[in-house]
Design a protein around this ligand. Structure first.
Ligand code: GLN
Length: 245
């Protein structure tokens, strides 16, 4: 697994997602190596079968944006061929066409997702999120998590929303969409508690990973009582998923 810019792009417990993926593989007796990819790290892309990149403040996004665009030549063709990736918040924004920062700087993204983002001049979107997954056939359909972003992301015609929010703001606070999906790439505003509290999504990423690496894949189910208790607790507190309004 490649972990892009762990030093610069890691907010609100984002590393918890990496830990969840590692543990879920280890619990099934599978070994996993996490390769930290900082600016200028040399990468053997043949060894990478899953990519993770977390969120970052505007100033951190500015620092890694050039390096990420340079790496797009290696990364984007692989994403097109099914390399799975989870990109959170600032990473999600840079997988899109462009992010205009709070001080008006235009950061070109790598353009894999047909989304663009502008920092809003009013309040940040902060808090718990409950959503219904739309982009894939998965059980349960609910997704829970925590968002904290100033950017408002708008989906172009080529983008498929990950989910529809019933609690929280999601992409932009107006159209009820949350995140975007293309091939096996998930962009989302939900941070570090995403995979620990949504084991079904964690396993979907792992299934994609093993399929990318080795073809066919079946994952043994795990006893996820605690994970689903945490998941249900958020749903119970913040209301039932109602779907798009
Ligand atoms: N700097 C971006 C924003 O505020 C991303 C923040 C984040 O990754 N949490 O929208």
């Amino acid at each position: 697994m490649g972990h892009l810019y762990p030093a610069e792009m890691s907010l609100y417990g984002d590393r918890g997602n990496v830990l969840a993926l590692i543990r879920r593989l280890q619990w099934r007796g599978m070994a996993v190596e996490v390769v930290p990819i900082e600016r200028d790290t040399l990468v053997d892309w043949q060894t990478i079968d899953l990519l993770f990149m977390g969120g970052g403040e505007d100033s951190h996004q500015v620092r890694i944006a050039d390096d990420f665009r340079r790496r797009a030549e290696a990364i984007v063709p692989r994403l097109r061929r099914g390399l799975p990736m989870l990109a959170i918040c600032g990473a999600y924004q840079l997988l899109g066409q462009e992010y205009v920062t709070a001080d008006g700087r235009r950061l070109s993204g790598v353009g894999f997702l047909d989304v663009h983002t502008e920092a809003a001049s009013d309040r940040r979107q902060i808090g718990n999120v409950v959503a219904e997954i739309e982009a894939m056939d998965i059980t349960p359909k609910t997704l829970v998590g925590f968002e904290n972003h100033g950017g408002r992301t708008f989906l172009g015609p080529g983008a498929i929303p990950l989910a529809s929010v019933s609690k929280g703001s999601g992409n932009n606070g107006t159209d009820c969409t949350e995140g975007a999906v293309r091939n096996h790439v998930i962009g989302t505003y939900l941070h570090g508690s995403l995979l620990p509290k949504n084991p079904h999504l964690a396993d979907r990423l792992l299934e994609w990973t093993l399929a990318y690496k080795a073809g066919e894949c079946r994952l043994e189910p795990l006893a996820d009582d605690w994970e689903y208790r945490a998941h249900q607790d958020v749903v119970a507190r913040y209301g039932r998923v109602r779907g798009r309004q």
